[in-house]
Design a protein around this ligand. Structure first.
Ligand code: AMP
Ligand code: MN
Ligand code: MN
Ligand code: MN
Length: 292
C-alpha cells in the first residue's frame, strides 16, 4: 500500500518558479502606494522578484529596497523613461539600474524638468475648455514635488465630476487633440537606452501594444531600438490582449529581444491587474531576467 502521507514533495508537480513583476509605480511618480506599502503588497501576493519603475524617477528605490529585504522579496531597481520617437511618446523601462549613476541621474532630471511647465500648459488648455483651476487641483494629488503627470490631472477631473473614470478622462481630455493635451519633447530613444546601459541596466520597450503605430512603424521602432542596443520587449502587460502576448513574443524572437512581464500597477482601484497577476511568459521567448 502506498504511503498516504509522503514526506517528500510530489514529483508530478512542476518545480516552484519565482513570480516576476517587473513594472510598478509608487508615490514617487503617479502610483498611490508608498514604496514600502507597494513592496509589502507584492510580498503578500506572492511576488518574488519586483521592479519598482517610477516614471523618470529613482527616488523611491531606497525605501523599496529596505522593505524588500525585510520581506524576502528581490527588488530590481528600475525606472520608466519617457521618450519621444517620431510623433509618439514611448516608455522605456530600465531594469537593474544603479540609481546612483550620475549620468542616468542627470538624464532623468532632464526628462523631469519640463513637467511643471507642461502641466501649466495643460491647465491652460483645460481652462479654455471651461475647466478652471486644474493646475492647483491636480497639484492636490501630487505625492512627489519632483513629478507631476497626466495621472494627477486625471484624478482631479474624476474627483470634480468632469469624467466618470480615469479611462474616460484620458479619452476626453488628456490625449492628442484634446484640450488638456500638450505636445512635449522627452528624451530620445538612443539617450534613454544609453543612460540605462551606462547605469548597468537593461532597456525594455514598455507596453508596445499601446503605441498607435502601423506594423511597419512597429518594425521600424523595434529595429531602431535594437540597433541602439535595446534589450527587451514587455510582452505581458495589462495594456495587451492575449493575442498581443503572442504577437509581441513573435516580435521579440524576430528582433532578437528578450521578453519581460509587468503589471504596471499604480494602486488599489486604479489598475487593470494587481501586483503579480500575470500569466507565465509564452514558450519560446528568452526571459529578460536571463540577461542580468
Ligand atoms: P505622463 O507621463 O504625464 O504623460 O502620464 C502618463 C501616465 O498616464 C501613464 O503612465 C499612465 O499612468 C497614465 N495613462 C496614460 N494613458 C492612460 C489611459 N488611457 N488610461 C489610464 N491611465 C493612462
Ligand atoms: Mn503612470
Ligand atoms: Mn507606461
Ligand atoms: Mn508604467
Amino acid at each position: 500500500m502506498p504511503d498516504p502521507l509522503p514526506n517528500h514533495p510530489p514529483t508530478h508537480l512542476p518545480p516552484h518558479l519565482p513570480k516576476f513583476d517587473l513594472h510598478s509605480h509608487s508615490t514617487y511618480s503617479d502610483g498611490l502606494l508608498t514604496p514600502d506599502a507597494l513592496v509589502r503588497r507584492a510580498a503578500l501576493r506572492g511576488v518574488n522578484v519586483l521592479a519598482l519603475t517610477d516614471h523618470d524617477e529613482t527616488a523611491g528605490l531606497a525605501e523599496a529596497r529596505a522593505t524588500a529585504q525585510e520581506m524576502g522579496v528581490t527588488l530590481i531597481p528600475g525606472a520608466e523613461l519617457s521618450v519621444s520617437w517620431e510623433a509618439h511618446t514611448l516608455h522605456v523601462l530600465g531594469l537593474g539600474i544603479d540609481a546612483a549613476n550620475a549620468e542616468l541621474d542627470a538624464g532623468l532630471a532632464s526628462i523631469r524638468s519640463g513637467r511643471d511647465a507642461r502641466a501649466r500648459r495643460m491647465a491652460a488648455g483645460l481652462a479654455e475648455a471651461g475647466i478652471p483651476g486644474a493646475y492647483e487641483g491636480a497639484r492636490n494629488y501630487v505625492t512627489s514635488e519632483r513629478l507631476m503627470s497626466r495621472t494627477h490631472f486625471a484624478r482631479f477631473l474624476v474627483e470634480t465630476g468632469y469624467a466618470k473614470e480615469t479611462k474616460d478622462v484620458f479619452k476626453r481630455f488628456l490625449t492628442p487633440g484634446k484640450p488638456g493635451y500638450v505636445k512635449h519633447a522627452w528624451a530620445t530613444l538612443t539617450e534613454a537606452v544609453s543612460w540605462i546601459h551606462i547605469a548597468g541596466g537593461v532597456a525594455v520597450v514598455a507596453h508596445p501594444g499601446r503605441y498607435k503605430v502601423s506594423p511597419t512603424g512597429m518594425r521600424r521602432l523595434l529595429g531602431e531600438f535594437r540597433d541602439a542596443g535595446g534589450d527587451g520587449i514587455e510582452v505581458l502587460s495589462p495594456s495587451h490582449t492575449p493575442a498581443q502576448f503572442a504577437e509581441y513574443s513573435a516580435y521579440a524572437r524576430e528582433f532578437g529581444l528578450a521578453a519581460s512581464c509587468g503589471s504596471d500597477y499604480h494602486g488599489p482601484g486604479e489598475s487593470w491587474l494587481d501586483l503579480g497577476d500575470l500569466p507565465d511568459l509564452p514558450a519560446g521567448v528568452t526571459p529578460i531576467w536571463s540577461r542580468w
